[in-house]
Design a protein around this ligand. Structure first.
Ligand code: F6P
Length: 323
C-alpha cells in the first residue's frame, strides 16, 4: 500500500484530531502517503483531498472538533454518489481509506464495500458511545465530563433557589451520556430511551423522595420517548407544580466541543495507530475498538448494531444512591 485517505464524518467528537494525527504519523512511518478528505463523505464524492504530512498534524491533538471538517452526507447515500467517490479514490491512486465517525459513517462504509471491493477501516468517533465492539468511543469521555461540569454549576443555583432542574443531554438513540453523567452528578432521576418506565418511576421517586433535599436534578437524554426536557417539565408541573419550582436547561452542542480529555487523546491515538497497522496486515471492513484494554476488530455490520448495553445494576444503583 502506497497511499491511504482519512476522513471524519457525522457529528464531530473531541479526539477526532488526535486520531487523524495518529493515522498520518503511523502511515508516514510505514512509507505510506496520506490524503485528508475534507467534509466527510461529501468531500469524498467531490474529491476534496489535501495531502497530509507529519507537520500538517502538529499541534492539533489538543483541539476539539475536526480539522478535516465533517458532514452528514446525503449524496454518499446514493449509488451515483458512491460511484463518484470510488472514481475520485481511483483517480488519486488511493488504495485504502480510514473513516472516523459513528454508526452512520460505518453504515456508509459497509454500503460502499458492498458495491466496491475497497479496503476501509473505521475508528469509532462519536460522543454517544453507542457502537458495538468497543468499551468507549472517541469523544464520549470528554462529553460526559463537559456535562458533569455544566450540571455541577446548575446544581449550585438549583440548591440556592430550592429548584428542580430538568437537564437535557445529547443522545438521539442512546442514553449512555445521560446515564454516566447522571451518576456523576448524583442526579435524582435519569431518563433514557433504552427504558420506557422512567417517567412513572421518576414521578414515584419525586413523590416518595426526601423533602429535605433542596435541589433536584433530573437528567434526560434527548431521545427519551417522553419527548425531551420541556415535555417532562410539563408533566412534573401538572402533577407536582405546587411542590417543585421547575426549570429546564438544554445543554445542546456545547457537549460536542472542547479540548479532548487525556483518556480520549490516548484512545484516539491507539485506534488511529491500530487502524493503519490493520490495513497493512490486510484487514478491511472492520471497526477498531478497545475492549478490556485490548485492540479488537468488529465488522461494520456488527459495529452498527446499537447495543442497549445498560447494566441493570447501574440503574438499580441510581435508584438507591439518589434517595
Ligand atoms: O451523534 C452524535 C450526536 O451529537 C447525537 O448525540 C445528537 O443527537 C446528534 O449528534 C445531533 O446531530 P446534529 O449536530 O446534526 O444536530
Amino acid at each position: 500500500m502506497k497511499k491511504l485517505a482519512v476522513l471524519t464524518s457525522g457529528g464531530d467528537s473531541p479526539g477526532m484530531n488526535a486520531c487523524v494525527r495518529a493515522v498520518v504519523r503511523t502511515a508516514i512511518f510505514n512509507q505510506i502517503s496520506v490524503l485528508g478528505v475534507r467534509r466527510g463523505y461529501d468531500g469524498l464524492v467531490e474529491g476534496d483531498f489535501i495531502p497530509l504530512e507529519t507537520k500538517s498534524v502538529s499541534n492539533i491533538m489538543q483541539r476539539g472538533g475536526t480539522v478535516l471538517k465533517t458532514a452528514r452526507s446525503k449524496r454518499f447515500e446514493t449509488k451515483e454518489g458512491m460511484t463518484q467517490a470510488y472514481h475520485k479514490l481511483m483517480e488519486n491512486q488511493v488504495e485504502a481509506l480510514i473513516v472516523i465517525g459513528g454508526d452512520g459513517t460505518f453504515r456508509g462504509a459497509k454500503e460502499f464495500n458492498s458495491l466496491f471491493e475497497f479496503p476501509i477501516m473505521g475508528c469509532p468517533g462519536t460522543i454517544d458511545n453507542d457502537l458495538n465492539g468497543t468499551d468507549f468511543t472517541i469523544g464520549y469521555d470528554t462529553a460526559i465530563n463537559t456535562v458533569v461540569q455544566a450540571v455541577d454549576k446548575i446544581r449550585d443555583t438549583a440548591e440556592s433557589h430550592d429548584r428542580l432542574f430538568i437537564v437535557e443531554v445529547m443522545g438521539r438513540d442512546a442514553g449512555l451520556i445521560a446515564l454516566r453523567s447522571g451518576i456523576g452528578v448524583g442526579a435524582e432521576a435519569i431518563l433514557i430511551p433504552e427504558t420506557n418506565r422512567d417517567v412513572s418511576t421518576m414521578l414515584q421517586r419525586l413523590e416518595r423522595g426526601r423533602k429535605d433535599k433542596s435541589s433536584k436534578i433530573v437528567i434526560v437524554a434527548e431521545g427519551d420517548e417522553a419527548g425531551g426536557a420541556f415535555a417532562i417539565a410539563d408533566i412534573i408541573k401538572k402533577k407536582m407544580g405546587n411542590v417543585y419550582d421547575v426549570r429546564v436547561s438544554v445543554l445542546g452542542h456545547m457537549q460536542r466541543g472542547g479540548s479532548p480529555s487525556c483518556m480520549d487523546r490516548v484512545l484516539a491515538s491507539r485506534m488511529g495507530f491500530a487502524a493503519v497497522e490493520a490495513l497493512i496486515k490486510g484487514r478491511k471492513s472492520e471497526m477498531v475498538g478497545i475492549v478490556n484494554k485490548d485492540i479488537v476488530y468488529t465488522p461494520f455490520s456488527q459495529a452498527i448494531k446499537h447495543i442497549a448495553d445498560l447494566n441493570p445494576d447501574l440503574l438499580r444503583m441510581v435508584d438507591i444512591l439518589s434517595l
